[in-house]
Design a protein around this ligand. Sequence first.
Ligand code: OGA
Ligand code: NI
Length: 369
Amino acid sequence: MDVAGAGSSTPHHRLDQLKAFDQSKAGVKGLVDAGVTKLPPFFIRPPEDLAAADTLSHEPPGAHFRIPVIDLGDVAGDRSGAVAGVRQAAETVGFFQVVNHGIPVTVLEEALAAAREFHELAQEVKGEYYSRELLKKVKYGSNFDLYQSKYANWRDTLFCVMAPQPLDPQEVPSIIRDITMEYSRQVQVLGRVLFGLLSEALGLNTDHLESMDCAKGHSILFHYYPSCPEPELTMGTTRHSDPDFLTILLQDHIGGLQVLSHNGWVDVPPVPGALVVNIGDLLQLMSNDRFKSVEHRVLANHIGPRVSVACFFTLHLHPTTRLYGPIKELLSEDNPPVYRETSLKDFIAYYDNKGLDGNSALAHFMIPR
Ligand code: OGA
Ligand code: NI
């Protein structure tokens, strides 16, 4: 008997569908391979979510808003232009793109190609890596918040915790092993450069953020957004801000990443050879709101797959007692702390448990006034 009499929309039925999807270990790619032409109901954005987004998507005519592109070619010489550019972006849009960043374009291309190859492996091979275990360093999956979120995203992800404890390359699927290790080395170097610029942008010593272990750990997420038969009904990634210090994102040529500005949703256009950088929640917290961890999302698309590689600078899975709060040097009587201190473990646990629900995790760590 259909207990609630409401057919496919009963919670009971929905949970069964989520479990079946999860147990397939085939992700969204599996649905596409099976030839779905209509989205399973659990992918469909609820009406209130659609309506809220619509009111935000009208840019006033003429207000052509862009994500700044910053040239890092001269950071070993005159850094003032780069520091000013990084400061301006970090305090406003929270996003910028970098060029002449030092990572060879061949490495970028190989990382995107290998990500695609991994996600297009035969199901029997790829399914071996499917997991929701919190402590696993290398895992493939779809919708980390499948059982919490209001609707599922049209995206699969291979997640690798690379540092501070060095990852044994043998744990990485062989098809993506060498380039993962290489990309990790390169992105770590770039991360140090960026934390140096960001420290200077805050008026601190160049090594300030690095000395607080901001560059010490990182995880790499290889995202795969299959072509979607009904893209207007769902999302590639629900609006969110990132649960880390800083994110360096490599996106392919397809586009779909958007950032929330006062003018509505703004595209982050693919720039060949460039990397997208954005401030994470933890850096907003440490800068006492001077830097902005800005919400962003990825649209689903008929055209696909779209591939991206996100590097999250954070100390995921690294047991540490260090507490992170607003940096003392930035505080004054006029600028009292907005946030309480938190361990990274508590922050990440709160973020993951909340899932992508359209609300910032930072609010939970605010000092009530
Ligand atoms: C993320 C993210 C954007 C993209 O991984 O947090 O926002 O383009 N990714 O895949
Ligand atoms: Ni993100």
